[in-house]
Design a protein around this ligand. Structure first.
Ligand SMILES: Cc1cc2nc3c(=O)[nH]c(=O)nc-3n(C[C@H](O)[C@H](O)[C@H](O)COP(=O)(O)OP(=O)(O)OC[C@H]3O[C@@H](n4cnc5c(N)ncnc54)[C@H](O)[C@@H]3O)c2cc1C
Length: 344
């Protein structure tokens, strides 16, 4: 039997941690739930400790190898009383949410930009949410008369970076009831974990990256399209050498210098890294809207007064392409930069 269940009729965030880290969007989910949170996954206690905005966190370390069906079955009783269960629309959140909705027999509202809980005249819960469509340019209101599970779009609501923790937060260990699948009977819903591989920094989902090195139009200054594409290919290798992933502005993705999956911003990916390095990025609001709240920002730009440099801890006023080429040389990753392109 679980020791600490979520009180009747309240809102609670459910966060899946990996090695003590919370996903992008966790702080937003906690804020939307008013500071009540259940943290599961590996390093759940550490993750609960470092989450901002927490009033009360219940945590259960479920070890490595996240099994969403097992966790959903085990969590069902813990959150059964909650009228609103909020998960970030992170990869693990999107895995767990529908299973949790099924296990608790309530509807799922997927990828809301905001949600709120109220009661009707009879005191029954009413969950309202705004669901974004067409690149979030249209907000569709959704109303559920009764309890619901909601996934929250990452970046839809302001939230702090998950490293500073919350002063005065109450942290309680949660004992999850063993489920049939956890006791070895198996479940058809969870895959068997064969091996956990570290992400490939060259290809990993940007939103999971703890270091992001982004390139903008300034990185391609003076280059033709082929030369610019070569520069962005080098950016991927230099970013990986720095233990990070490469991002880009919309100017770069629209021009085809790099893929759309690398676009950071309001119409791209939302990131929340520890370190964000911007090479030739002006810092337009539509870009910085997806940058989260990195602990450190470095801006490399020829314009010392551009918005990106204004929000940086360290501003380097220099040519971004030349700096990238130098980094490539020093890291020994500049070998196959040549793409046939060059100065325009
Ligand atoms: C509806 C809408 C949605 C949008 N969504 C997004 C989005 O999701 N993501 C996004 O990024 N943008 C988005 N945009 C576009 C956004 O408004 C900006 O146009 C874009 O972010 C600018 O990209 P940039 O910084 O690469 O280019 P620019 O604004 O052109 O800036 C280039 C920078 O490079 C610097 N520079 C020039 N030469 C050099 C050099 N040799 N070395 C170093 N620096 C140099 C310049 O000083 C400048 O600061 C959106 C726009 C709209 C209207």
């Amino acid at each position: 039997m679980p020791e600490v269940n979520v009180p009747e009729g309240t809102a609670v965030a459910v966060i899946v941690a990996r090695d003590g880290r919370v996903p992008v969007g966790a702080a937003e989910a906690v804020a939307e739930a008013g500071g009540q949170v259940v943290v599961v996954g590996s390093g759940a206690q550490e993750a609960a400790r470092t989450l901002p905005g927490v009033v009360r966190a219940r945590w259960a370390d479920t070890g490595p190898g996240f099994r969403p069906a097992v966790i959903a079955a085990a969590l069902a009783e813990v959150v059964a009383g909650a009228a609103l269960v909020i998960l970030p629309a992170s990869p693990d959140g999107r895995d767990l949410a529908p299973r949790l909705a099924a296990a608790t027999d309530r509807p799922l509202v997927a990828r809301a930009l905001g949600t709120e809980l109220s009661t009707n005249d009879d005191g029954d819960p009413v969950v309202r949410a705004q669901v974004g469509r067409v690149d979030d340019r249209i907000l569709v209101p959704v109303e559920v008369h009764g309890p619901a599970v909601v996934t929250l779009a990452v970046g839809g609501r302001a939230g702090g970076h998950g490293d500073d923790g919350s002063t005065g937060a109450v942290l309680e260990e949660l004992t999850l009831a063993p489920t049939a699948s956890a006791t070895g009977d198996g479940t058809p819903l969870d895959p068997d974990l064969v091996e956990l591989l570290a992400p490939d920094l060259h290809t990993m989902d940007l939103s999971d990256a703890t270091r992001v090195v982004a390139g903008g139009a300034g990185l391609a200054a003076g280059l033709d399209d082929a030369g610019a594409a070569g520069s962005f290919a080098l950016l991927v290798r230099v970013a990986a050498a720095l233990g990070g992933s490469a991002g880009a502005t919309r100017v770069a993705t629209d021009a085809g210098w790099t893929g759309y999956e690398r676009q950071i911003g309001t119409t791209g990916v939302t990131v929340d890294p520890d370190l964000y390095v911007a090479l030739g990025v002006s810092g337009a609001a539509q870009h910085t809207g997806g940058v989260g709240t990195p602990r450190h920002v470095v801006s490399v730009n020829t314009d010392p007064s551009c918005p990106m440099t204004a929000m940086a801890d360290l501003g380097l006023v220099t040519d971004a392409g030349a700096l990238l080429a130098e980094l490539g040389r020093r890291f020994g990753v500049d070998g196959d930069t040549a793409t046939g392109g060059g100065r325009a």
